[in-house]
Ligand binder design. Structure first.
Ligand code: PDD
Length: 283
């Protein structure tokens, strides 16, 4: 049984409790981060805690969580659960207060929880074989730049895709692809690597930022530009980025096969460069 973290304590997973009045539960008034773990080390940890602060600031949380404290419970969770490869999920809610749409004016104690989950990251089947995605309308709110736990539409979109035999959904706003259910989107056309611009309609992914650096290192030019469903369907290569998927090739979009239906060469070289880079600086 896993040991999880809750408000300063480590408990067996079936003993950790959250109040029914927690605003995270009642209003999704909470933010989260998912940090991947490879060889028992944290990948891009610093960027995750910085983004956690940003999300909390955007929602006007009054208390931030100390970064050293976050690092300490991450390390302890890896230790207690003997986690070699997978991820650590961390969630911070505004806290516990009587139910009201009006957010509390006074500072209340945030709820902080975290747990580990094992997952194959380096040698995953999806990295080896690629994934199939379908497009559907992006019906989420317009603050997807904040990493909140308000994830119902993303979860509905992913479920609709898997029910139809795809692996994920790429969401569309006014014909342009915004992002996947939990990842950023990229295509390659005539050697031009393109990823959607980062604004309020997508999460500015940490993997996305590091992959932009890796592309530079390989002398690949990346154009940060919105692209349409038609651009995506006729791409030479396509891939998605996220902390737990790293760079995952996309081999089919709707009914269109991408390239020769196998993970593309640019995608594979970017993935290799990304892995090399993050493992060097994992902590
Ligand atoms: N999701 N876009 C959305 C909507 C996401 O939920 C995520 C991450 C990303 C990629 O961000 P990053 O590279 O920082 O992981 C983009 C995580 C993995 C999750 O919810 O499980």
């Amino acid at each position: 049984m896993r040991q999880v973290y809750i408000n300063g304590e480590f408990k067996k997973e079936d003993e950790a409790k959250v109040s029914i009045f927690d605003r995270g539960l009642l209003f999704s008034d909470s933010v989260y981060e998912v940090t991947s773990v490879i060889n028992s080390k944290l990948i891009d940890f610093k960027y995750h805690v910085e983004r956690l602060d940003r999300s909390m600031n955007e929602l006007k949380f009054k208390t931030l969580i100390d970064h050293d404290e976050i690092l300490a419970f991450h390390r302890k969770l890896i230790d207690l659960n003997n986690l070699k490869e997978g991820m650590i999920y961390t969630q911070v809610t505004r806290g516990v207060v009587d139910r009201s749409f009006d957010m509390p004016k006074q500072a209340i104690k945030p709820t902080v929880l975290a747990f580990t989950q094992e997952k194959k990251i380096l040698e995953s089947d999806t990295a080896k074989n690629g994934i199939k995605v379908m497009t559907l309308e992006d019906m989420r709110w317009k603050r997807n730049d904040i990493k909140t736990t308000q994830l119902l539409y993303a979860s509905m979109a992913k479920s609709e895709a898997t029910a139809k035999g795809f692996d994920d959904a790429w969401m569309l706003r006014q014909g342009y692809v915004t992002e996947g259910s939990s990842n950023n989107v990229w295509i390659i056309r005539s050697k031009n690597i393109m990823t959607r611009q980062s604004d309020n309609l997508i999460l500015s992914g940490i993997t996305r930022a590091v992959v932009l650096e890796c592309a530079k290192k390989l002398d690949y030019e990346v154009i940060t530009k919105n692209f349409t469903k038609v651009d995506a369907e006729s791409a030479d290569e396509a891939f998605m980025t996220s902390s737990t998927g790293l760079i995952t090739p996309v081999i089919k979009i709707n009914s269109s096969q991408i390239g020769d239906g196998k993970p593309g060469n640019f995608t594979k070289s970017l993935r290799a460069e990304y892995i090399k880079r993050v493992l060097e600086i994992a902590i």
